[in-house]
Design a protein around this ligand. Structure first.
Ligand SMILES: *[C@@H]1O[C@H](CO)[C@@H](O)[C@H](O)[C@H]1NC(C)=O
Ligand SMILES: *[C@@H]1O[C@H](CO)[C@@H](O)[C@H](O)[C@H]1NC(C)=O
Length: 496
């Protein structure tokens, strides 16, 4: 189960002995990264939509949304609910998939073999769905579920009876953002599966190529489409433009295929598509910092020199992470990366992932970043990354872990329908839309532990109230966890 994509190659025995060693020191010196890694992957089972397999470990869940797609006579079952609701939003689901795959590509070799297998299962649950969304040429299904009706109810996914509206974009209408991100996800996943399932890997890559053509040929944002806007906005509207997803999709296709056409694309379009805009952002809507880090690998390897713009932007971003730099990103007093807007831990986990990836590329090329008079190397970036991880796992002013089911104190009242309502196995009778409100209002802990879910977390004051109604803080999302999988894999194998 070794992805050949990673140039880092740990012999099996060495990897095994590292794990043992770290187990023995793990108890006395800080977080148990291996346990957190395992749980971070298990979380995705709690978000599953569709028909659940026999080996489902998050066993309070049941089958749900088995008719998805029937409104348009297609099969759109499967995939993930994005957060604490029961809607399948294609844009963040594709980004989640890209980040899970990137986690495996860079750090899969550092995962215990069983967790690498679990991570691949988590990716495949998404890619099997994404393949369904692009099964028809020149069309992409971008969402299933009416979000207004869904959000108006507090219902278990297994009981869900709100409209499963199907949202799609047909050429010549554009969906460069969702299609570009889907191409990125499929291309990245093709690398993750290359050694364990070459046929599936090939299907993913071939499909990614076709989906990227759709994204690039018809340029524009999916949420400019009136039918789609009513479903996607304001939740996962494309606020930030579709240009970054075109570069991101092409960059992943370049990496996955080695094809020179994609290299030319990211060279020729760097300026026109704004590779150096908003370079300090990275998340489901804005790909810039991730794009710059991804492409920098080629420059650092010394192969290609006309990609300097990307590397310069990546370095500039890394310099802003130094807490004592003249212009730096915001940290809370307790040391957490903070950005306004809610669901803050998505920024911490995604940026921490980029620090570790860039540190790896710097180490492989024996180089460092010049930030004014200061030289920032891989060890420094890893130190910053460790601070974020340790904060999330409990070394913070509240003294609590922000990963559900990890540590002695963790969020008990997360904003999550399935977790907060009784399990279908304990309470088989359906709980209708408004019947769920009593559970939503309750101050009791959630009955079902959504193991591994990382919540939105505290804001700039480091405070966390553990209130179900405060979704900005208490709601988990798939794109908080996805990059964290790679981060935890790194620290499972390397404690610094
Ligand atoms: C910031 O702190 C680091 C680590 O202590 C140090 O190496 C660096 O020189 C400092 N940078 C600035 C700009 O003061
Ligand atoms: C839930 O809480 C809201 C706001 O406090 C209140 O108006 C409503 O009556 C409560 N509903 C139930 C079913 O407890």
């Amino acid at each position: 189960m070794k992805p050949v994509a990673s140039p880092f190659f740990f012999p099996f025995l060495l990897q095994f002995s590292l794990v043992i060693l770290h187990f023995s020191v793990g108890d006395s010196s800080g977080p148990s990264y291996g346990e957190a890694l395992s749980k971070s992957i298990m979380f995705f089972e709690g978000q599953r939509s569709g028909f659940l397999p026999n080996d489902q470990r998050m066993n309070w869940r049941g089958n749900s949304a088995l008719g998805d797609g029937s409104a348009d006579n297609v099969d759109l079952t499967g995939g993930y609910y994005d957060a604490g609701d029961n809607v399948k939003f294609g844009f963040p689901m594709a980004f989640t998939t890209t980040m899970l795959a990137w986690s495996v590509i860079e750090f899969g070799e550092m995962m215990p073999p069983a967790e690498l297998r679990n991570a691949l299962v988590a990716i495949r649950w998404a890619t099997d769905y994404l393949l369904k969304t692009v099964a028809q040429p020149e069309r992409i299904y971008v969402q299933v579920g009416d979000p207004i009706k869904d959000h108006n109810c507090w219902e278990r996914p297994e009981d869900m009876d709100t409209d499963r509206t199907v949202y799609k974009v047909d050429a010549p209408n554009p969906a460069s953002d969702v299609a570009g991100e889907t191409a990125a996800a499929l291309a990245a996943a093709s690398m993750a599966f290359r050694s364990s399932d070459p046929a599936y890997s090939q299907t993913l890559l071939t499909t990614a190529t076709r989906v990227f053509d759709f994204a690039d040929t018809y340029r524009g944002a999916y949420s400019d489409n009136t039918d789609v806007r009513n479903g996607a906005c304001p939740f996962y509207c494309d606020y930030d433009g579709y240009q970054d997803e075109l570069l991101w999709g092409a960059a992943w296709l370049r990496r996955a295929s080695g094809n020179e056409n994609y290299l030319s694309y990211i060279q020729n379009n760097a300026k026109p598509l704004g590779a150096d805009d908003n370079i300090n952002e990275f998340g489901w809507d804005n790909k810039h910092a991730g794009l710059n880090v991804l492409v920098s690998k080629e420059v650092l390897e010394g192969n290609v020199y006309s990609l300097e713009l990307y590397k310069a932007s990546a370095e500039s971003f890394m310099c802003t992470l130094m807490p004592n730099a003249s212009t730096h990103i915001e940290y809370s007093p307790g040391g957490l990366i903070f950005r306004p807007g809610g669901s803050n831990l998505q920024h911490s986990t995604a940026i921490t992932f980029l620090m570790l990836v860039y540190a790896k590329y710097l180490e492989q090329s024996s180089t460092s970043v010049n930030c004014g008079d200061v030289s920032v190397g891989s060890a420094y970036l890893r130190g910053l990354a460790k601070r974020q991880v340790d904060y999330i796992l409990g070394e913070n002013p509240m003294g609590m872990s922000y990963m559900v089911g990890y540590g002695t104190r963790y969020p008990q009242r997360i904003h999550h329908r399935g977790s907060s309502l009784p399990s279908v196995w304990n309470h088989p009778k359906p709980i209708q839309c408004k019947e769920g409100t009593v559970y939503f209002n309750s101050s009791n802990p959630n009955p079902n532990v959504l193991i591994g879910a990382v919540v939105g977390g505290p804001e700039e004051d480091d405070k966390y109230d553990d209130e179900r109604a405060d979704s900005r803080k208490s709601e988990p999302t798939t794109y908080i966890n996805a990059p964290f999988v790679g981060v935890l894999a790194y620290f499972t194998a390397n404690r610094s």
